[in-house]
Design a binder for this molecule. Sequence first.
Ligand SMILES: *Cc1c(COP(=O)(O)O)cnc(C)c1O
Length: 232
Amino acid sequence: MSAPYKESPNAALARLRAELAAQLKQLNRPESSVTLIGVSKTVPAERIELALAAGLRVFGENRIEEAGAKWPALKAAYNDIELHFIGALQSKKAAQAVALCDAIHSLDRPRLARALAHEMQAQNRHPQLFIQVNTGSEPQKAGVLPKDAPSFIEACRKDYGLKIDGLMCLPPIDEPPAAHFALLQKLARDNDIRLLSMGMSRDYAIALRFGATHIRLGTALFGRRPQAKPSI
Ligand SMILES: *Cc1c(COP(=O)(O)O)cnc(C)c1O
C-alpha cells in the first residue's frame, strides 16, 4: 500500500473550491448557492485542523459519539463552525444531536421527528432539518420511501411543528445517480422545500446540475478513509 494521503486537505480544499466555482459558473448559479460540507468522519484531528486553517467551517459527521468526542472543543475554539449530522440517528440520541449539531440530514421517521421536536423546544436550539429519502427504495438503507415522503413531510410540519429545510439522499452505489437527484429535486419542489443535500465525492458535479445546495465531500477532501465502513 502506498502513502495513505496523496494531497493535504488544504490543497484539496483549494482545488475543490476552484472546481466548484467553475461548475457553478457553467450552470449560471452563484457560488453562495452551494455549501461544501467537509465530511470528517474517521479523519484524524490534525487533518481536520488543516482544513480549518484553510478556512473550511462546515463539517459533517455520521456518528454521534464520534462527533461528541471531536467537535465540542473545536466549536469552542472556532466560534463559527457549522456541524452537520449526516448519519443514522437513534431517537434516544436526539438530545445530543440537537445540542451539538447545526443541521441534521437524516430525519426519516415519526418517532425521531417527535424526539427532535421535543428536544428543540426543551433546548431552544433549532438545527436545520433535512428529511432523508431512500430514493432507490433499498431495503437496507435509511430514509423515507419516495412514495411516503409527501405524507411524512406533512406530518413533520403539522403533527410535530417542525420546519423542514431540506431533503437528503444517498443514491444506490451501483446505479447512475442522476435519476435519484432528479427525483429528490422534484420532491423538494412539489413539497415547497428549499434545500437539497445530495452529491458526494464521486458524483457532486452531477448533483449540482439538479440543484444540490449542500454537497457532502469526504474522500475528495480528506483522502481515502482508513477503514471505510459502508454508510447506510
Ligand atoms: C461518508 C459520507 C459522505 C462522504 O462520502 P465521500 O464519498 O467520501 O465523499 C457523504 N454522505 C454521507 C451520508 C456519508 O456517510
